[in-house]
Design a protein around this ligand. Sequence first.
Ligand SMILES: [Zn+2]
Ligand SMILES: [Zn+2]
Length: 1198
Amino acid sequence: MDSLQLFLDRFRARGEAETIWLKEIFGFISEHLCPELSEPAPLAADDAVTGVCADQLSVCLVRKLQENMAVTHVLPVSYRPVSVSGLLSLQHLACVSNPSWTTNQQRAWEKEAELSLPGHLALPRVNLLLIGCLREGPAGEWRLTDASGSVRCECLSPSPLWLNRPVFLPHWNYIPHNAPGQNQEVRGYVELIGSPALLCPDLEQGLAARPGEGAGLSRAVGVREAAGLLDNRTRGQRISVFGLVGSVCPQLVVAGTTFFCFWLTDESHTVRVLVKDISRQWWTQCVYVGLSVCVTALRVCVLRGWRGNNILCVTEQSELHTNYTHTDTLLDTPPPLVMSHVDNEDCEEVEPETDKAGLRMKKSRVISYQGTVTQVVSDGAGLYVIDRKVGLCLAYQPATRRKLRAGDSVELHHVHFLYRPCPDFPPSMLCTCLRSSLRVTAFSRVGGAPPPDSAGLPRLLLEKNTGVSEYLWTCHVSSQLAHSLVPSLLKQQSVSALSWKLMESVWRRGRGGRRDIYSEMLDEPHTCPLSQYSTDPAVHQYLSVSVLIGSLHSECWSSVSLSSLLPPGGSSLSRSQLNTALAWSCRTLTSALRDGPRTGDALGRRPLLVGLLELPTPTSEPTVQLRDATGAVACVVTETSREGGQRAAFNTAWIGCLVCVEQFTMVTERFLQSDFPSYQHLNQDKVYLQFSLDHLHILSPSVAMATHLGQRGEELGGDVTERKQTVEEEEMEGATTAGRKRRKASVTVTTGPVGGGFRPCVSLVIRVEQKEGVVQKVQGVGLTHCFSVRAAVVGPVVSWGRDPKNGPVTDRETETEREDKVVLVLSGGSARWFPLLQPGCFYRLTAPNTQDPSVLIGRGVSGQGGVELHTDPTLQVRSNWRLHTLTRQPLQALSPTVLSVSEVLDSRSDMVCFQARVCDRISLSDRTSSTAAGVCAGVRLTVWDQTGRTLQVYLDLSHTLYPSGLLPGNTLLLSGFQRRVSRSGGVYCRSLPVSCVTVMSLGDTSSVRPPPAPMMHLGVWAVGREQSGIVGRVRGHVVCFLFLQLQWSCSLCGSLYLQTCSSSQCPSTSSVFQSKAKLVIDDGTGEAHVWFSGALVPPLLGLADSKWEGLQRALRVRGHVRVYPRGRSLVCDSDDPLLHFLLCLCSSDVVCRQLSLTCRKPNQQRSEEMKRFSRGERDFMTRVTPPLQLTCLHLEAV
Ligand SMILES: [Zn+2]
Ligand SMILES: [Zn+2]
């Protein structure tokens, strides 16, 4: 009778199905398991195993299955045995198998799994039986093998006794590996839950004692004795040690050698055991903290890497006995204390210390912890969340073979507890180092593989070894950059390198010290890179462009109260003054100066931007743009000129650079078209950035920037070491530059201006002399931008075999005597060059794909009737032509004549070009027409220079693009402006269509204060002609009050208001309280008449708010009062109590006192005039020089 029949007879099958199933089982065992067992394998050489034949194994398997089943009298015919290769090739979804489950048990299991991790689905059940042999794989892996192949097997606490045994897995998960391009061997793995069922019953009893083992065990010594033996090393001695496992360090591969260490402890002593033998690496899965073990045949070795200390080493003869109980001693060491939650109250540790570099450093605590992984933040970066609120970082350990999954229960020993190392992560963080043990105690029941992400960061961490706070920040930024730069600007592979570079430049960190792996694993007391960490709650926060713009837009109106937009004393403004004051306002936020985090605010921490610098698009405003994949933002940019000092950006090499902007000002201009007191208003806002290019970090330079930096390096004496890296890393255009060493770029920008290569082109070197403003012109169906520059032609048109870009100027490009002029007209696509073409700078204009020099020669402009006009020749710049700034100037640049405010005031010319700082701006809105600039039809700027003289500049914005950066505090270059004199003789400027406004340097727009006004003596001020328009400080005594007027005025027309407006046609229903005063001040050198109005009047009169309000109420009925303290009113109306009060007040010591005033002298003073004096009964007429008239701007009591 054959063995199949014997087997079938053993189980009396009920029906056809069971017979077929039994035959299948028998066939499977014969085909897949028996050949595997007959192969010579280290332990399987036992006769017991090789002698087993298919029928015995099959009987054993069916018995085990029946033992496992809830219903024992039926066979699990729905379960099919699957070969290892079948599982790997056919099973593409994660799954679970457990033949013993009833349907109800399975549903309960599913429900529990899904309740514990909402949003995840429990693993689906498959009816598959896994049978094979557990074997030792490479580098400590356990593998389930059969004749068809093998699969990695993860076990929770495997016993050494399972190895090389035929087994049936009663409960397992299969996790396929979804990453493409991997070979079959690593394509998936099996998670073994519980113990496998050994398929040789007779073996189970005989396992305990094997020949040769008893001797090792019986001579085993405790840890204390072993520690003693370590100090007195005897050559050739082998010892067996028993104890509790105190630590298990992660497995390391150093220079091709795989090893790990574990600690054995008793109540008082510790010994370290080094497992270097390749055939014992499988122990990594068997030993875990708290397990009692006995290890035999250990040898005392000197570990050179660990400062020559002695250590116990595992030998080829060593055996591991787990759950070991020594006959004499009971190991009653209490299990290590394990935390399962973290109280926030416990977490605030001592105040961080500040180290030498000024960093706030904290010390971490070492704890043990157990919990459940609830989120996989980034597998590649080794970041997880446990119990929904504790972060876990595994990056300081080598990557584990099995990636943690959400739902895994883990036990961590000797793990560092950090509190708030990085604000982008949970406050409580657990971080593992080379001393820490991570053990999975239960496999997750849910599926869903995390998306594959870049594993580049732990590699960089290994190379550069930075602190954990820095690493966490980099990981967070990396995940954000992956969204905001990939794929349109960057390749996925570049993100890690870019984030790292960003961290190094923002945190100003270089490479950390080398890690000493043996000290970290074996030293007591323990130190490692995680022992200390820096804390900075205000660390930079990366924002994508769209998030930044969005939050600026949303905050600009929510953060504003209308009254805050009004000047002091806003309550006395008339309707038109009020609406004008509200029409424009701006909110500026600087990136650097934030007072620590504010909650619920996207801009709470110091923001950081990353993007590509670009020229404007044909539809956007003519400024440089910062763009990422989420959006673009306009930028008003300046840079340091060759001579030092700020000026408008001029270097075209910036275009195409991927940069990090760390210091910048976020500007939100608010336009409010209001018609208060009626409640109609229309608000708009405009968001942009202001920064100096000097503060950028170049993350990936453009080719032109690399050339520029190379040239600058040469200029600075050939020291290009600092820049070398940048040059090597640029690969943006893929152009091969001769003679330059190239390496694989670490940061590669995927798009950018394309050009270069071996294409012919012609070029012309020019020096821009004058730039006109951008105007909008109707072309075809839409509007197009257009501007022109007047330039000097420095040399002849030169043809090239390859685009010279911004390379150094060659001699043949400058070899002409005579300098011709040319007018370049840039419209449509070529208008994008507007933000970078600046007067005084040299550019190379190149026309690609041609060798014809005539394309770059300007043509005369034909006037009407073909008459050639005597103007400079004109050249229309085509949209594919490029301009490159030549920072190494071929000639001395002639700076255009730029005047100061004082020079403009004193000038006689009609057209002026001047530079000045803005101190005030108001909107001039044109309510009758909607303009191209939206609600802002015009602007009046008040500008000043160092001397304190001011000038008003009127800009008509109805036909030009609304310019950014016209903010108080900024310095502007205003060219092509018309200088005019008003009817009263004051000088002002107004824009013409050719006018151009350029922001030259950025001021602190948040606190604009004119320069401290100079101290003036009234005697000098009265006679100085050139000092008109200027603001000065005066310290003097109030001689007398000349005039005081208090009045309720109509807010609409300004007439007197008593219940209604006194003007008959006026429909107004609102009034404002207005006040005016004039008095005589004497400072010892002379006298002046000073006007006070609005908010300056109550402090001048020494009246508190309550008294001032009382005065307003008292005037409600009569509407107004005028007081001439030195005039007739003193005599006439002295019985009026209010008048009497005011008269007394004006002549009291409260008012007639010492004052410090800041005053402006109006541009035009009255000239000599006739005046009537009364002396007694007689009047005299005399010609007098009128007293100096001043307007008070600010008042201070002395
Ligand atoms: Zn550590
Ligand atoms: Zn009125």
